[in-house]
Design a protein around this ligand. Structure first.
Ligand code: A2P
Length: 316
């Protein structure tokens, strides 16, 4: 069974969630079947976003699972979705969440996150372009998020892709502390500084791309191919992915690996009855660091963000 952590909102969250970010979007049936299978395996936490296209099949899978008795009721699940950049305006937050809830077929989500700290114009799509960047007022967007929580439509609210600087700015205005900051984190991008900062503030870190997002357009095989990870996996008779997820677990964060493959979904759950030694943790802490999600399309010499460091407030 998957352990839970308690968020600053007082709500519990299973540390392992199933990620559903895929590009290009797979057929809905693929996502639906993978989610149903994950529930059969014991997954109870699902990470979605309005831009992923996974809300509808996830919602269908939830109804199906309740109907078939795979789960007793919706409250047994922890469902996250995210506000897309084209809705980054105070007036759009509640309607955007209401729309997501309609697509999901749910009355509330467990966690609603600001997907990125930016506002974009145009249609909702995964491809981001520096040409679409609009000025954004994050404190007023956060008020919209607070309203979502007040209305009971989101049990907890939080952010994603926020740097120390952006969290600090938000905290000077926020009435409700973000419960979560979901960020890229794996052994090759460990986020030491951001984790320390968020821990001090009582904000839980959730790791996206805990395996390095191999297969995504910005992902890399450098995590699963790291020599140290191969060596540890071999010495313990575990897979490299399991070593990465166990590492995240021992760091005290939650994590949302994406897989639509039955064997790998199962493998990714089997990390709670063994551990990495202090020496192995120490060796992993020394891996050379590299952020993979640089937000390339948003950065250009003529754009608001001239360098990757501009976009990530120096955290590159
Ligand atoms: P697949 O969906 O075919 O399993 P991340 O969670 O870091 O974004 O990584 C997702 C990528 O890692 C996907 O390409 C996924 O492919 C793959 N993946 C997920 N679980 C495992 C695993 N246990 N072993 C190897 N690759 C995995």
């Amino acid at each position: 069974v998957v352990p839970e952590i308690v968020l600053n909102s007082g709500r519990g969250m299973p540390v392992l969630g199933m990620g559903t970010a895929t590009y290009p979007e797979p057929p809905e049936q693929t996502v639906f079947e993978a989610v149903v299978h994950a529930m059969e395996l014991g997954y109870r936490h699902f990470d979605s976003a309005s831009v992923y296209g996974s809300e509808r099949p996830l919602g269908r899978a939830i109804s199906f699972a309740i109907e078939k008795g795979l789960i007793g009721s919706r409250d047994e699940l922890f469902i996250t979705t995210k506000l897309w950049c084209t809705d980054m305006h105070q007036d759009h937050v509640l309607p955007a969440l209401r729309h997501s809830l309609e697509v999901l077929g749910l009355e509330y989500v467990d966690l609603y996150l600001i997907h990125h700290p930016i506002r974009l114009k145009g249609e909702k799509k995964m491809e981001m372009s520096s040409d679409d960047i609009l000025p954004v007022d994050i404190p007023s967007v956060w008020e919209g998020m607070e309203e979502c929580q007040q209305q009971g439509l989101a049990k907890s609210i939080g952010v994603s892709n926020f740097t120390c600087k952006k969290i600090a700015e938000l905290l000077t205005h926020a009435k409700v502390l973000p419960a979560v900051n979901q960020v890229e984190m794996h052994p090759v991008w460990q986020q030491g500084k951001l984790r320390e900062f968020c821990q001090e503030k009582g904000i839980h870190i959730s790791a996206y791309s805990p395996l390095g997002a191999f297969g995504a357009f910005w992902g890399s095989n450098k995590v699963l191919e790291a020599e140290e990870i191969k060596r540890i996996a071999q010495s313990l008779g575990k897979s490299r992915a399991q070593v990465c997820l166990r590492w995240a677990f021992q760091q005290g964060v939650s994590f949302v690996p994406k897989s639509y493959n039955k064997e790998r979904l199962k493998e990714n759950m089997e990390i709670f009855d063994w551990c990495l030694s202090a020496e192995d943790m120490e060796k992993l802490s020394l891996l050379p660091q590299e952020r993979f999600n640089l937000a390339h399309p948003l950065v250009s010499p003529t754009s608001f963000y001239k360098t990757h460091a501009d976009y990530w407030d120096g955290e590159v």
